[in-house]
Design a protein around this ligand. Structure first.
Ligand SMILES: [Cu+2]
Length: 116
């Protein structure tokens, strides 16, 4: 995941997040293919910090079919929508599960829970 743009939502939006997202989306669409060249040597990230009242635009190259969870690390923020599931690929491209949960990456197992 590469950061395309980060910032604070300008005060002139007065909390009108839908209007801000509409304008941001329009601006990103205008940039189109240039988005691939925003940064010559982007840093690859899997976790991104966001300032309060801020936003981040990322570019992601998905090459692993499955369901991916994007979430805020403040679990109570899921209540306000800071979580989403992305379906990448089609069902036939996804691997069958083994029937048991497999820990990946650097997760630490504590009493059956996995913390990422
Ligand atoms: Cu959050």
């Amino acid at each position: 995941m590469y950061i395309i743009e980060q910032g604070k939502i300008p005060a002139n939006y007065s909390g009108d997040i839908p209007r801000f997202l509409e304008d941001l989306t329009a601006r990103m669409r205008q940039l189109g293919p240039q988005l691939m060249k925003v940064r010559e040597r982007p840093v690859v990230k899997d976790t991104i910090g966001n300032i309060p009242g801020g936003y981040t635009v990322v570019r992601v190259h998905f090459n692993n079919p499955g369901f991916w969870l994007l979430h805020c690390h403040f679990i109570f923020h899921t209540d306000v929508g800071m979580v989403l599931v992305l379906k990448i690929g089609e069902r036939y491209q996804m691997r069958e599960g083994s029937g048991s949960f497999i820990a990946t990456s650097s997760s630490t197992r504590t009493s059956g829970w996995f913390w990422f």
